[in-house]
Design a protein around this ligand. Structure first.
Ligand SMILES: O=P(O)(O)OC[C@H]1O[C@H](OP(=O)(O)OP(=O)(O)O)[C@H](O)[C@@H]1O
Ligand SMILES: Nc1ncnc2[nH]cnc12
Length: 188
């Protein structure tokens, strides 16, 4: 781990990467789980992380930040607060109380359905869509589709981690979604 003085000589992305823990074979054999909890636990690196996104999005001025369940809520809500815009949650099925639109998609392990309240965004809203990690890209693609169903435009997808070998970021690019990610990891 890096001391406060070493931080001065590290790129923010490298400092962030140092605080992501890899847990092998979780939740299934062959998966290298990239755990962001050490990053959130350390107030200095958490601030460096949020500042990366604030610097990126301050001038792009999204109307809304949409966060993907569940780890996208942690960074997305702090970022929305810093940008002085609203936050909307895209939740796993069965959690949202009002009327919703929904999308079903495949995960790296399993499948899932996500929902969004029908009044979460307005037609024409410019939305920043955020999560902690892009693997197969299924979750972020489902989020993009939900927002577009309600007439919003996703100006960019953002995440801390990209796993490029799983093909998600390439798929999202091919679908016309610009992406901003901070750290790549090899493999699953
Ligand atoms: O690019 P994909 O293949 O769709 O995978 C990425 C998604 O998987 C993880 O969430 P998970 O579904 O494990 O839920 P959690 O945040 O509730 O742990 C991660 O936080 C992303 O949301
Ligand atoms: N390898 C991985 N680490 C953390 N979250 C994930 N979500 C999907 N794949 C993941």
């Amino acid at each position: 781990m890096t001391s406060a003085t070493d931080l001065l000589s590290l790129r923010p992305q490298d400092y962030i990467r140092e605080h992501i823990r890899t847990v092998p074979d979780w939740p299934a054999a062959g998966v290298q789980f990239r755990d962001i909890t050490p990053l959130l636990q350390n107030p200095r690196v958490f601030r460096v992380l949020i500042d990366q996104f604030v610097h990126r999005y301050f001038d792009m001025r999204p109307d809304v930040v949409a966060g993907l369940d569940a780890r996208g809520f942690i960074i997305g809500s702090v970022l929305a607060y810093e940008l002085n815009v609203g936050f909307v949650p895209i939740r796993k099925k069965g959690k949202l109380p009002f009327t919703t639109v929904e999308e079903t998609y495949e995960l790296e392990y399993g499948s899932a359905t996500v929902e969004l309240h029908t009044d979460a965004v307005k037609p024409g809203d410019r939305v920043l869509l955020i999560d902690d990690l892009i693997a197969t890209g299924g979750t972020m693609m489902a989020g993009k589709r939900l927002l577009e169903k309600l007439g919003a435009t996703v100006i960019e997808g953002a995440a801390i981690v990209d796993l490029p070998e799983l093909g998600g970021s390439a798929k999202l690019h091919a679908a016309g979604l610009p992406l901003y990610t901070l750290v790549d990891f090899e493999g699953h």
